[in-house]
Design a protein. Structure first.
Length: 625
């Protein structure tokens, strides 16, 4: 009679079982890895009413050949040499310490293990509470059956599971692909629920199709490049970069204490999503924002982003899968944590990968996404400008048509009053002209649309005075002025700048000087000793004077604004020294007064003085004197 004995202290088993793994997918990862190491072609994950079964068509385990006895030796090293690292199908083995079998005990107190290898059929109950001497209950041969496998294989049945799979098979598939992204026709995962089958046999390409930027490492991942949408063809090479494998020389001691030179090779890909909209995952799911590490195709650590990132807002767009097989080289010490959900932080291999990702890979992909955002804003700005030009042209045609029509029809109406116009009351002539104006009035709604599309505030400045200009800009935003209402050529926010290929003077000429719209722009002049050195700043001052544009002056001492600026008005004064710009308390109050006045004139809801002074203090130094 077959006897099954688990080679581990029962107390350790009871402690580790429920807490070793914290997620159903990590449990599945271990069981799928065992199937992979058994040279299975297919793994079946079957969600039944009272159990979750993981069944594979690998070579199974033979009781007679001692394979089951080896299976029950928890913690035994399964590979120490290159020869032991390969399966019969020449796959690199994923398992190493033999603790993966305990994964199922994180889900169930009792797990049925059934296996068949040739004519050798065996089964036992893996339990958190084994009998005396760690003897496991056998499963009679006539009760051993498989749900999908007809030949050799193994079935793991987790009874009354404490974790459940998601009801949607697509969600399960998506999460499994984050564990085993390199499944293919030679290693397929079948998700079965209520006779509905979802086969996972290829990489989830939908992730890449949602990216705005991508870096690939190695030829095996270059095929992902065409999947990234080509939103900006002229900048394609800046947004999508196929790179060779990253190789880092590393000196390490092997399992016998002898030091050797190794090449740590990093393969895979990293990218940035176009948008994070709709990416809120279920509580038990893996999120879509991560950088995962794999070794020998098995997930080693799901997300290193919190370790390598700097908690920047744009890091929420990052996603990546990196493969470092040196992590699992058999002749080197095992660096995986006991729960197989991460790596030892002091291992030099791990440290080298983190350093590369932190300093190079992550930084590069974030720069690429920033470029994408700028290009998108520029493109949006150009489309908005084209629409604005089209509406401006329509307004111009309508006004011309209006003038022509009114002049003709008013003339006819006056003629109709009689030949002797000198005897016709003046009021009658005025009434006739007014009636024609009312009947031929142009589309006022279009004029309003044209007005609303225009910039309303121009911050005229030189780059040398950008710090004060930025302070003015931030204070306008603080007082509810929309960024796209502000024209500021040196602004860090692209939507405030003129679209690429158009000059500020061209914009002002097209939409203010030549426009039939009465919407005016209010100019804020930031003046200093740099003003007279800048031809552009001088030209903007002249244009404001010619067109009688209302303006406010924010001056940097000791410069004094001159005509044609309205230097009779009280201007704001800022000081500047080696430490930068600063204001006295009085000038800080005047600064806020001017910002509030601008908002009142343009009908924005400004903040009160106390709130504005407090916010100004976060942007610039305010001194007592």
């Amino acid at each position: 009679m077959k006897k099954y004995k688990l080679n581990i202290d029962a107390r350790i088993l009871e402690l580790l079982g429920p807490s070793l793994y914290t997620n159903i997918y990590y449990v599945l990862a271990e069981l799928i890895a065992n199937a992979y190491d058994a040279d299975a072609d297919n793994v079946y994950i079957i969600a039944n009413k009272d159990d979750i079964t993981v069944e594979d068509d690998g070579h199974g385990m033979s009781y007679e050949r001692g394979e089951i006895d080896k299976y029950l030796k928890v913690g035994a090293i399964s590979r120490e040499s290159e020869e032991e690292s390969r399966t019969k199908k020449n796959r690199y083995k994923m398992g190493r310490k033999g603790v993966g079998k305990l994964a199922a005990l994180s889900v169930s107190e009792n797990v049925l293990v059934k296996t068949r290898s040739g004519k050798d059929i065996s089964g036992f109950v893996l339990s958190r509470h084994p009998q005396k001497n760690n003897i496991l209950d056998p499963i009679p041969a006539d009760e051993i059956s498989f749900q999908k496998v007809t030949g050799d294989g193994t079935s793991i049945v987790m009874q009354k599971p404490q974790y459940r799979l998601h009801a949607n098979s697509e969600v399960v598939a998506r999460n499994l692909l984050k564990i085993f992204p390199l499944v293919d026709a030679g290693f397929r995962i079948h998700i079965i629920r209520d006779n509905n089958i979802r086969v996972v046999d290829s990489f989830d390409k939908t992730i890449v199709t949602q990216l705005s930027a991508l870096i690939t490492l190695g030829k095996n991942f270059k095929s992902l490049v065409p999947l990234v949408p080509n939103a900006f063809p002229s900048h394609r090479s800046d947004l999508v970069k196929p790179m060779p494998i990253k190789a880092i020389p590393l000196a390490m001691k092997d399992n016998h204490g002898e030091e050797h030179e190794y090449s740590l090779k990093i393969k895979g890909w990293i990218g940035a999503y176009t948008s994070t909209r709709g990416r809120k995952a279920e509580m038990t799911d893996f999120p879509d924002n991560f950088i995962s590490l794999y070794a020998n195709q098995k997930l080693g650590e799901f997300n290193i982003l919190p370790v390598v990132g700097q908690n920047k807002l744009n890091e929420v767009y990052v996603v990546g899968q990196l493969h470092v097989d040196l992590f699992e080289l058999s002749e080197l010490p095992d660096m995986a944590l006991s729960n197989r959900q991460g790596y030892k932080s002091d291992d030099p291999r791990y440290a080298a990968v983190l350093d590369f990702v932190r300093k190079e890979l992550l930084a590069d992909v974030l720069k690429m996404r920033d470029l994408f955002v700028d290009l998108k804003k520029t493109d949006k700005g150009k489309r908005k400008l084209e629409l604005q030009k089209a509406k401006e042209e329509r307004l111009r045609r309508q006004v011309k048509r209006y003038r022509d029509q009114v002049s003709k029809s008013a003339t006819q109406r006056i003629v109709g009053l009689g030949r002797n116009l000198s005897k016709i009351p003046r009021r009658a002539i005025e009434r006739a002209i007014a009636e024609e104006i009312n009947e031929n009035n142009p589309d006022i709604g279009l004029k309003r649309e044209v007005d609303e599309m225009k910039k309303r505030i121009l911050i005229s400045q030189t780059y040398g005075d950008k710090s004060l200009s930025d302070t003015i800009y931030q204070m306008l935003l603080h007082n509810n002025v929309p960024a796209d209402h502000i024209l500021y050529t040196n602004c860090d926010d692209q939507q405030c700048r003129i679209p690429e290929g158009m000059h500020v003077y061209e914009y002002l000429r097209d939409f203010f000087m030549r426009s039939y719209s009465t919407q005016k722009i209010l100019a804020i002049f930031v003046t200093s000793k740099n003003t007279k050195k800048s031809w552009g700043a001088v030209a903007e001052v002249g244009a404001a004077w010619i067109t009688h544009i209302d303006h406010k002056i924010f001056n940097i001492h000791p410069f004094r604004p001159e005509h044609p600026l309205d230097n009779a008005q009280t201007w704001h004064s800022t000081n500047r020294d080696k430490e930068g710009c600063w204001m006295s308390k009085l000038n800080a109050d005047i600064f806020c007064q001017k910002i509030e006045s601008i908002c009142d004139v343009l009908e924005y809801q400004s903040k009160d003085r106390a709130a504005n002074v407090a916010h100004l203090g976060t942007l610039i130094t305010i001194r007592d004197t």
